[in-house]
Design a protein around this ligand. Structure first.
Ligand code: G6P
Length: 588
């Protein structure tokens, strides 16, 4: 949610910052801006729209020190004035997070004669720096932050200081050391290929970053030593790998995500968590968006493996109405980024209530990993497309492993086999494109299933609406006759998932009900006899590799991800950066 970059070194800052912002654009992309410092002056360009929109004015930026920002608007519409950086007096700042008490601070500073230019909460930070600055930049930042309520990562320039300062409270900030300079970024992805080592700034720390190095101070402004770790990354993590979009590249990585996640589960001693689950009086899962949908699948998997009750909760609800937990309960927080504010708050509340906290996350250095009792890693690699794909598949793999207390090796073997089948689904792109073309011609698309297929239907619907903006809904096929049937006509497509032999006759009934109302139907199945029976009667049918019903979701979810991707491209959307959305929602 919003991206921050900063650079101080031997190169021109403008180019470094522009490249960093392009990598961070998936974090928010309704406006962007850069400030640089050269010869005691601050140069700033900022504009609504994508980072690319800054390119024509890059020549205006001088100096080897600077900060940049790409925004996902929370306070104030996405226009040029509200874009970061915000300038006041000798200061330029970029901010991620939310300043909850900005209105009262603004009123206080206005009474002192400060004039505000934007409608953002962030601008108040530049004014506070100006107010408190008495010649010591770190001290002014510390005093300014002591007045803030909410969450923040801040990078700031001051005309009188040849470098920039960074601090954080609840929002991520990562420092990097490279060959040609020093960096800050709100996301490791922006540092890959540029920094050799990194350090996650702690809440309350203040870093002074200059072309000569980085000094870190604690909340009392005393110097502190913080460890830098080598930044290891794989070349293929950066860029679209020859695909037209990250979304397609990332769906193609589903199979390797399953394999890597299974291996990591074994090597990081996660198997021990199964005994913890066995002894639990209840297991509660929390997450948002796709992560919540993965939690729905976990309810079936863990519910089948353990005797205690298992439930999934939308984190933004659970934090205000938390399920009751005891010292014997286990909370599993599911989050690709590990930074989603609602998930973090819900997990903290449940942990405070006594529950043991397991984080299932793709980002090993994220906020949630710092207070979880155990991290179960999803090994999807960097996921850049805003819509989650391979991380969902990796989360499913984690839950399968957590649901196999007795025979982890057997489960791991089954997952390795399903990974091969996922590759087969990915290579069947023509079926996905065919169903996608039906989606883009439809007024609405419904995704239906029974049993475990329902969870995939819900996620498939979310994927389609996120990236193509086509109205869609996912729900149990048995509910069709209790309402949605009223919406079915020839302009509506229903995608029916039939991957469970024991429920297939019931799912066929839903197909008949839709066909008899002249609705269009696409069937996706792992059952050859269903394909044989229905393929000639429906608008499209896709036979996936045969798979046991509890594993079929890896295949049907991959199929629905591909359909959503093709539908977005056919509808002329950018699947990687859907309008109004952001990859990681670090505000509440
Ligand atoms: C945002 C993204 C979704 C994601 C959700 C939860 O809304 O657009 O794709 O599923 O956040 O993110 P998390 O990082 O916690 O899994």
């Amino acid at each position: 949610m919003c991206g921050i970059v900063g650079y101080a070194g031997g190169k021109s800052a403008a180019g470094e910052l522009f490249e960093g912002l392009k990598k961070l654009e998936y974090r928010g992309y309704d406006s962007a801006g850069i400030s640089t410092l050269g010869g005691g002056s601050i140069f700033t360009i900022k504009k609504s729209g994508r980072v690319e929109g800054l390119a024509p004015r890059m020549g205006e930026l001088e100096g080897c020190v600077g900060i940049g920002h790409t925004r996902w608007a929370t306070h104030g519409e996405a226009n040029d004035v509200n874009a970061h950086p915000h300038i006041y007096g000798s200061f330029s700042i970029v901010h991620n997070g939310i300043i909850e008490n900005y209105a009262e601070l603004k009123a206080e500073l206005s009474a002192e004669g400060h004039v505000f230019f934007s409608h953002t909460d962030s601008e108040v930070i530049a004014h506070l720096l100006d107010y408190y600055y008495k010649g010591n930049f770190a001290e002014a930042l510390s005093l300014a932050c002591s007045r803030l309520k909410g969450c923040w990562a801040i990078a700031a320039l001051c005309k009188q200081f040849q470098g920039f300062t960074v601090t954080r409270h609840g929002s991520p900030a990562i420092l990097g050391e490279g060959e040609d300079g020093f960096f800050v970024a709100s996301d490791m992805y922006a540092l890959m290929g540029r920094a050799r080592s990194y350090c996650i700034l702690a809440d309350g720390d203040i870093a002074l970053v200059t072309p000569r190095g980085i000094s870190i101070y604690d909340g009392q402004l005393q110097p502190v030593a913080r460890n830098f770790s080598p930044l290891e990354w794989e070349e293929e993590e950066v860029g679209t790998g020859g695909c037209p979009h990250y979304m397609l590249k990332e769906i193609r990585q589903n199979a390797r995500t399953v394999r890597a996640t299974c291996r990591a589960f074994a090597s990081s001693g996660c198997g021990g968590q199964c005994s913890r689950l066995k002894e639990a009086d209840k297991i509660v899962l929390v997450g948002c968006g796709t992560a919540y949908n993965a939690a729905l699948a976990a309810v079936r998997l863990l519910g089948g493996a353990y005797e205690c009750p298992v439930s999934a909760h939308i984190a933004s609800e659970a934090r205000y109405d938390p399920p009751r937990v005891t010292q014997k309960s286990v909370c599993i927080a599911v989050s690709q980024s590990g930074e989603t504010a609602d998930t973090i708050m819900a997990a903290k509340i449940l942990k405070d209530g006594g529950a043991y906290l397991i984080a299932v996350t793709n980002v090993g250095y994220s906020a949630i990993t710092r207070f979880a009792d155990k991290v179960v890693p999803v090994c999807a690699g960097a996921e850049v497309c805003v819509a989650a794909t391979k991380s969902y598949i990796g989360q499913l793999a984690c839950f399968h492993m957590l649901a196999a207390p007795c025979a982890p090796r057997v489960r791991c073997g089954a997952l390795m086999k399903i990974a091969d089948d996922i590759e087969r689904v990915v290579s069947d792109g023509v079926y996905a494109a065919n169903i996608a073309s039906l989606c883009v011609k439809s007024r609405a698309v419904f995704f239906l299933g029974r049993g475990a297929d329902v969870d995939v239907a819900v996620e498939g619907s979310l994927k389609l609406k996120e990236v193509s903006y086509i109205f869609s809904d996912g729900y149990p096929a048995g509910e069709l006759k209790h309402g949605t049937l009223a919406l079915i006509d020839e302009s509506v497509l229903s995608v029916v998932l039939i991957c469970d032999e024991s429920l297939c006759e019931k799912s066929k009934t839903a197909v008949e009900q839709i066909l008899s109302r002249k609705g269009k139907v696409a069937v996706i199945t792992t059952l050859p006899h269903i394909y044989a029976e229905l393929s000639a009667r429906v608008s499209a049918a896709w036979l996936l590799p045969c798979a046991p019903s509890h594993l079929a979701h890896f295949l049907s979810a991959t199929a629905l991800q591909l359909i959503a991707y093709h539908a977005a491209v056919m509808a002329g959307r950018d699947p990687d950066k859907p309008r109004n959305l952001a990859k990681s929602v670090t505000v509440e």
